[in-house]
Design a protein around this ligand. Structure first.
Ligand SMILES: C[S@@+](CC[C@H](N)C(=O)[O-])C[C@H]1O[C@@H](n2cnc3c(N)ncnc32)[C@H](O)[C@@H]1O
Length: 224
């Protein structure tokens, strides 16, 4: 992974709860966060006693390297957001400045937890579309990777990546279902058909979280 091609923006536990409709019961299950990057979901959740394992190719880098990349891109990204006011819904973050503050908080909590979490195996280097993990999980979550980057990751990548998650997770949830251009991912309907045909239960749920305008839907896939 080339760090200068990554936008290490991470979300908080509260954002994960809203994006994935997580109940307290869900949070008590064993959770695999795929592509968690510098989200503070694991750091905050672990403090509350939840069992969360995060994987990301980004974890080959140190906290200082990830933070420095964040600092190099954050102002530019927030400026891009400011220049496209119609693309965003501010119910959660309030404003571009609120968004920046929330991303800064998340990476700060992540960095504080990262070395300990890495040493105890909570942050592991791994990447879709293959997952070689030696255990299974109740719930797999994938935020802001699959579907969002449909222009960069093709249908075969999406299919293989979701299959890999389903091999180790009883249930998989993916958010958002829009691309970076705020269009529904071109792979969504075809993948829904493929996984339904394979016997999985696929359900699109509305969620409370919406930052990208129209991006308030989450896909839930459950084992037969
Ligand atoms: C926009 S960030 C989202 C971070 C986090 N999931 C969140 O929502 O706060 C996308 C993340 O996907 C990770 N990523 C990129 N390619 C990946 C792959 N093939 N497998 C797993 N993660 C990947 C990046 O390193 C980055 O941390």
């Amino acid at each position: 992974m080339e760090l200068d091609r990554v936008v290490p923006f991470g979300r908080s536990l509260d954002e994960y709860v809203q994006m994935f409709n997580l109940t307290e019961r869900d949070l008590q299950r064993s959770i695999l966060g795929v592509g968690d990057g510098p989200a503070s979901f694991n750091a905050e959740g672990t403090k509350l006693g939840y069992q969360i394992q995060s994987i990301d190719p980004l974890y080959e880098f140190s906290a200082a390297q990830i933070r420095s990349r964040f600092e190099a891109v954050v102002c530019n990204i927030i400026e891009q957001v400011r220049r496209t006011p119609n693309d965003w819904v501010w119910g959660y973050h309030g404003s571009p400045d609120g968004l920046k503050l929330n991303r800064e908080r998340a990476i700060e909590l992540f960095c504080q937890d990262y070395e300990l979490g890495k040493a105890t195996g909570r942050y592991t280097i791994a990447a879709l579309p293959e997952l070689t993990l030696d255990r299974t999980y109740d719930l797999g979550l994938c935020s802001h990777l699959l579907f969002l980057y449909s222009d960069h990751l093709d249908e075969a990548f999406h299919f293989a990546g979701i299959c890999a998650m389903l091999r180790v997770c009883r249930e998989v949830r993916i958010f958002p279902l829009l691309t970076l251009n705020l269009q529904p991912s071109p792979y969504l309907s075809i993948l829904l058909k493929r996984f339904s045909k394979m016997g999985y239960t696929c359900e699109i749920q509305k969620v409370a979280y919406e930052l990208q305008r129209g991006g308030n839907k989450m896909l839930k896939i459950t084992q037969p």
